[in-house]
Design a protein around this ligand. Structure first.
Ligand code: ADP
Ligand code: MG
Length: 252
Protein backbone atom coordinates (compact mmCIF):
# COMPACT_ATOMS: atom_id res chain seq x y z
CA UNK A 1 0.00 0.00 0.00
CA UNK A 2 1.30 3.41 -0.88
CA UNK A 3 0.25 6.90 0.20
CA UNK A 4 1.34 9.46 -2.38
CA UNK A 5 1.25 13.20 -1.65
CA UNK A 6 -1.75 12.66 0.59
CA UNK A 7 -3.57 15.75 1.76
CA UNK A 8 -6.41 15.57 4.27
CA UNK A 9 -8.32 18.52 5.59
CA UNK A 10 -11.28 18.64 7.91
CA UNK A 11 -12.94 21.90 6.94
CA UNK A 12 -10.11 24.40 7.05
CA UNK A 13 -7.91 22.30 9.29
CA UNK A 14 -5.11 20.46 7.51
CA UNK A 15 -4.38 17.18 9.29
CA UNK A 16 -2.13 15.48 6.70
CA UNK A 17 0.03 17.22 4.12
CA UNK A 18 2.49 15.86 1.56
CA UNK A 19 2.26 12.49 3.26
CA UNK A 20 4.23 9.80 1.45
CA UNK A 21 4.94 6.30 2.65
CA UNK A 22 4.74 2.70 1.48
CA UNK A 23 4.05 -0.56 3.20
CA UNK A 24 5.32 -3.51 1.20
CA UNK A 25 3.41 -6.70 0.57
CA UNK A 26 3.50 -8.83 3.70
CA UNK A 27 5.31 -6.14 5.63
CA UNK A 28 4.28 -5.19 9.19
CA UNK A 29 4.62 -1.52 9.91
CA UNK A 30 3.83 0.25 13.17
CA UNK A 31 2.86 3.88 13.11
CA UNK A 32 3.61 5.80 16.29
CA UNK A 33 3.05 9.42 17.15
CA UNK A 34 1.31 11.81 19.51
CA UNK A 35 -2.42 11.81 20.08
CA UNK A 36 -4.22 14.00 17.57
CA UNK A 37 -1.42 13.76 15.01
CA UNK A 38 -3.59 12.00 12.40
CA UNK A 39 -2.85 8.27 12.82
CA UNK A 40 -6.51 7.25 12.89
CA UNK A 41 -7.17 9.51 9.93
CA UNK A 42 -4.49 7.66 7.93
CA UNK A 43 -6.13 4.30 8.63
CA UNK A 44 -9.62 5.64 7.96
CA UNK A 45 -8.46 7.02 4.61
CA UNK A 46 -7.00 3.63 3.74
CA UNK A 47 -10.32 2.04 4.69
CA UNK A 48 -12.17 4.69 2.60
CA UNK A 49 -14.07 5.83 5.68
CA UNK A 50 -12.75 9.35 5.05
CA UNK A 51 -12.41 11.20 1.78
CA UNK A 52 -8.99 12.14 0.47
CA UNK A 53 -8.64 15.90 -0.02
CA UNK A 54 -5.65 15.44 -2.31
CA UNK A 55 -3.18 12.82 -3.48
CA UNK A 56 -3.49 9.11 -4.02
CA UNK A 57 -3.59 5.80 -2.21
CA UNK A 58 -2.44 2.71 -4.13
CA UNK A 59 -3.11 -0.87 -3.15
CA UNK A 60 -0.43 -3.02 -4.71
CA UNK A 61 -0.39 -0.65 -7.68
CA UNK A 62 -4.16 -0.35 -8.01
CA UNK A 63 -5.77 3.01 -7.26
CA UNK A 64 -8.05 3.01 -4.20
CA UNK A 65 -10.20 6.12 -4.64
CA UNK A 66 -8.44 8.31 -7.22
CA UNK A 67 -6.30 7.65 -10.25
CA UNK A 68 -4.10 9.69 -12.54
CA UNK A 69 -5.17 10.02 -16.15
CA UNK A 70 -3.61 12.49 -18.56
CA UNK A 71 -1.70 13.94 -15.62
CA UNK A 72 -4.94 14.75 -13.79
CA UNK A 73 -6.53 13.37 -10.68
CA UNK A 74 -9.82 11.54 -11.25
CA UNK A 75 -12.15 10.03 -8.71
CA UNK A 76 -12.99 6.37 -9.25
CA UNK A 77 -16.55 5.11 -9.49
CA UNK A 78 -18.02 3.69 -6.26
CA UNK A 79 -18.07 0.20 -7.76
CA UNK A 80 -14.33 0.33 -8.51
CA UNK A 81 -13.62 1.66 -5.02
CA UNK A 82 -15.65 -1.17 -3.49
CA UNK A 83 -13.62 -3.78 -5.40
CA UNK A 84 -10.31 -2.54 -4.05
CA UNK A 85 -11.65 -1.86 -0.55
CA UNK A 86 -12.60 -5.54 -0.23
CA UNK A 87 -8.90 -6.31 -0.01
CA UNK A 88 -8.51 -4.25 3.16
CA UNK A 89 -9.72 -4.99 6.69
CA UNK A 90 -9.72 -2.85 9.79
CA UNK A 91 -10.03 -3.38 13.53
CA UNK A 92 -11.00 -0.35 15.56
CA UNK A 93 -10.24 0.81 19.07
CA UNK A 94 -13.93 0.51 20.02
CA UNK A 95 -14.59 -2.97 18.53
CA UNK A 96 -17.56 -1.71 16.46
CA UNK A 97 -19.38 -5.06 16.42
CA UNK A 98 -23.04 -5.05 15.42
CA UNK A 99 -24.79 -5.20 18.83
CA UNK A 100 -27.99 -6.75 17.52
CA UNK A 101 -26.20 -9.70 15.90
CA UNK A 102 -24.63 -12.77 17.43
CA UNK A 103 -20.90 -13.33 17.22
CA UNK A 104 -21.39 -15.76 14.35
CA UNK A 105 -23.66 -13.32 12.47
CA UNK A 106 -21.13 -10.54 12.96
CA UNK A 107 -18.45 -12.64 11.31
CA UNK A 108 -20.51 -14.09 8.46
CA UNK A 109 -22.43 -10.98 7.44
CA UNK A 110 -19.85 -9.42 5.11
CA UNK A 111 -18.51 -12.67 3.61
CA UNK A 112 -22.08 -13.57 2.60
CA UNK A 113 -23.25 -10.12 1.48
CA UNK A 114 -20.04 -8.63 0.12
CA UNK A 115 -18.05 -11.65 -1.06
CA UNK A 116 -21.06 -13.77 -2.01
CA UNK A 117 -20.05 -16.80 0.04
CA UNK A 118 -22.76 -19.34 0.81
CA UNK A 119 -24.06 -19.18 4.40
CA UNK A 120 -22.63 -22.65 5.10
CA UNK A 121 -19.23 -21.79 3.74
CA UNK A 122 -19.17 -18.51 5.69
CA UNK A 123 -20.20 -20.33 8.87
CA UNK A 124 -17.51 -23.01 8.53
CA UNK A 125 -14.90 -20.37 7.98
CA UNK A 126 -16.21 -18.28 10.90
CA UNK A 127 -16.08 -21.28 13.25
CA UNK A 128 -12.48 -22.00 12.38
CA UNK A 129 -11.61 -18.34 12.88
CA UNK A 130 -13.37 -18.44 16.26
CA UNK A 131 -11.21 -21.45 17.11
CA UNK A 132 -8.19 -19.46 16.20
CA UNK A 133 -9.13 -16.57 18.52
CA UNK A 134 -10.22 -18.99 21.27
CA UNK A 135 -13.93 -18.17 21.16
CA UNK A 136 -15.68 -21.07 19.43
CA UNK A 137 -17.84 -21.55 22.52
CA UNK A 138 -19.16 -17.97 22.20
CA UNK A 139 -20.50 -18.23 18.64
CA UNK A 140 -24.10 -17.62 19.70
CA UNK A 141 -23.41 -14.89 22.23
CA UNK A 142 -24.17 -11.23 21.65
CA UNK A 143 -21.35 -8.69 21.92
CA UNK A 144 -22.82 -7.07 25.03
CA UNK A 145 -22.51 -10.37 26.92
CA UNK A 146 -18.77 -10.48 26.34
CA UNK A 147 -15.73 -8.76 27.78
CA UNK A 148 -13.99 -6.08 25.75
CA UNK A 149 -11.12 -8.46 25.08
CA UNK A 150 -13.47 -11.10 23.73
CA UNK A 151 -15.29 -8.54 21.59
CA UNK A 152 -12.01 -7.40 20.16
CA UNK A 153 -11.01 -10.96 19.33
CA UNK A 154 -14.35 -11.34 17.51
CA UNK A 155 -13.62 -8.11 15.65
CA UNK A 156 -10.28 -9.58 14.55
CA UNK A 157 -12.01 -12.76 13.41
CA UNK A 158 -14.56 -10.67 11.53
CA UNK A 159 -11.82 -8.78 9.70
CA UNK A 160 -9.97 -12.02 8.87
CA UNK A 161 -13.17 -13.58 7.51
CA UNK A 162 -12.88 -11.22 4.55
CA UNK A 163 -9.49 -12.73 3.76
CA UNK A 164 -7.83 -9.30 3.54
CA UNK A 165 -4.49 -8.61 1.90
CA UNK A 166 -4.05 -5.68 4.25
CA UNK A 167 -5.09 -5.41 7.88
CA UNK A 168 -5.32 -2.01 9.58
CA UNK A 169 -5.20 -2.02 13.38
CA UNK A 170 -6.07 1.17 15.23
CA UNK A 171 -5.03 1.02 18.89
CA UNK A 172 -6.95 -2.20 19.25
CA UNK A 173 -6.03 -2.66 22.92
CA UNK A 174 -6.40 0.93 24.12
CA UNK A 175 -9.98 0.52 25.32
CA UNK A 176 -9.29 -2.73 27.20
CA UNK A 177 -8.69 -3.45 30.85
CA UNK A 178 -4.99 -4.27 31.25
CA UNK A 179 -5.59 -7.94 32.05
CA UNK A 180 -7.35 -8.43 28.70
CA UNK A 181 -4.64 -6.88 26.52
CA UNK A 182 -2.38 -9.93 26.41
CA UNK A 183 -4.95 -12.26 24.84
CA UNK A 184 -5.72 -9.80 22.05
CA UNK A 185 -2.05 -9.16 21.31
CA UNK A 186 -1.45 -12.91 21.39
CA UNK A 187 -4.07 -13.41 18.69
CA UNK A 188 -2.47 -10.73 16.55
CA UNK A 189 0.99 -12.21 17.00
CA UNK A 190 -0.43 -15.52 15.84
CA UNK A 191 -1.88 -13.80 12.75
CA UNK A 192 1.47 -12.15 12.08
CA UNK A 193 3.34 -15.45 12.48
CA UNK A 194 0.98 -17.58 10.41
CA UNK A 195 -0.25 -15.41 7.53
CA UNK A 196 1.32 -13.12 4.97
CA UNK A 197 -1.21 -10.35 5.55
CA UNK A 198 0.24 -6.87 5.27
CA UNK A 199 -0.28 -5.06 8.57
CA UNK A 200 -0.36 -1.35 9.32
CA UNK A 201 -0.54 -0.99 13.06
CA UNK A 202 -1.17 1.97 15.32
CA UNK A 203 -0.33 1.07 18.90
CA UNK A 204 1.21 2.33 22.10
CA UNK A 205 2.23 -1.22 23.03
CA UNK A 206 5.91 -0.92 22.23
CA UNK A 207 6.78 -4.52 23.10
CA UNK A 208 4.10 -5.71 20.70
CA UNK A 209 5.38 -3.30 18.03
CA UNK A 210 8.85 -4.70 18.54
CA UNK A 211 7.63 -8.31 18.37
CA UNK A 212 5.57 -8.05 15.19
CA UNK A 213 6.82 -5.17 13.08
CA UNK A 214 9.55 -4.97 10.48
CA UNK A 215 9.54 -1.20 10.60
CA UNK A 216 8.34 1.63 12.81
CA UNK A 217 7.36 5.03 11.44
CA UNK A 218 7.27 8.01 13.76
CA UNK A 219 4.62 10.38 12.59
CA UNK A 220 4.13 13.98 13.67
CA UNK A 221 2.82 17.20 12.20
CA UNK A 222 1.18 15.32 9.35
CA UNK A 223 4.38 13.62 8.16
CA UNK A 224 6.64 10.69 8.82
CA UNK A 225 9.62 12.23 10.57
CA UNK A 226 11.65 9.11 11.27
CA UNK A 227 11.52 5.44 10.38
CA UNK A 228 13.66 2.46 11.29
CA UNK A 229 13.50 -1.10 12.54
CA UNK A 230 11.88 -1.35 15.99
CA UNK A 231 15.24 -2.29 17.51
CA UNK A 232 16.86 0.84 16.09
CA UNK A 233 14.13 3.35 16.76
CA UNK A 234 13.34 2.19 20.29
CA UNK A 235 16.96 1.92 21.42
CA UNK A 236 18.39 4.84 19.50
CA UNK A 237 15.79 7.34 18.26
CA UNK A 238 17.38 10.03 16.11
CA UNK A 239 14.76 12.73 16.12
CA UNK A 240 14.18 14.76 19.26
CA UNK A 241 10.41 14.45 18.89
CA UNK A 242 10.73 10.68 18.68
CA UNK A 243 12.88 10.64 21.82
CA UNK A 244 10.34 12.74 23.73
CA UNK A 245 7.43 10.67 22.49
CA UNK A 246 9.04 7.36 23.46
CA UNK A 247 10.00 8.70 26.89
CA UNK A 248 6.40 9.77 27.48
CA UNK A 249 5.00 6.42 26.35
CA UNK A 250 7.44 4.45 28.47
CA UNK A 251 6.60 6.48 31.55
CA UNK A 252 2.84 6.25 30.91
P1 ADP B 1 -4.71 10.33 16.20
O1 ADP B 1 -5.36 9.06 15.81
O2 ADP B 1 -3.25 10.40 15.87
O3 ADP B 1 -4.94 10.66 17.65
P2 ADP B 1 -6.75 11.58 14.54
O4 ADP B 1 -6.49 11.08 13.17
O5 ADP B 1 -7.85 10.97 15.30
O6 ADP B 1 -5.37 11.52 15.37
O7 ADP B 1 -7.01 13.13 14.49
C1 ADP B 1 -6.14 14.04 13.82
C2 ADP B 1 -6.75 15.42 13.87
O8 ADP B 1 -7.89 15.45 13.03
C3 ADP B 1 -7.21 15.87 15.25
O9 ADP B 1 -6.91 17.22 15.40
C4 ADP B 1 -8.70 15.63 15.21
O10 ADP B 1 -9.34 16.53 16.06
C5 ADP B 1 -9.03 15.91 13.75
N1 ADP B 1 -10.19 15.16 13.29
C6 ADP B 1 -10.28 13.81 13.20
N2 ADP B 1 -11.48 13.44 12.71
C7 ADP B 1 -12.17 14.59 12.47
C8 ADP B 1 -13.46 14.89 11.95
N3 ADP B 1 -14.30 13.93 11.55
N4 ADP B 1 -13.81 16.20 11.85
C9 ADP B 1 -12.97 17.18 12.23
N5 ADP B 1 -11.73 16.96 12.73
C10 ADP B 1 -11.33 15.70 12.84
MG1 MG C 1 -6.35 7.62 16.91
Amino acid sequence: MRFEDVLKKFGRTTVLKDLNFSVGRGERVTLIGPSGSGKTTILRLAMTLERLTGGYIWVDGDPLTHERRDGKRHELKPKQVAEVRKRIGMVFQQFNLFPNMTVLENITEAPVHVLGQSPDQAKDNAMSLLDRVGLRHRADAHPMEMSGGQQQRVAIARALAMDPEILLLDEVTSALDPELVGDVLGVLEDVADNTDITMLIVTHEMQFAQDVSNRVMMFDGGRVIEEATPQEIFSNPQHERTQKFLEAVNLG
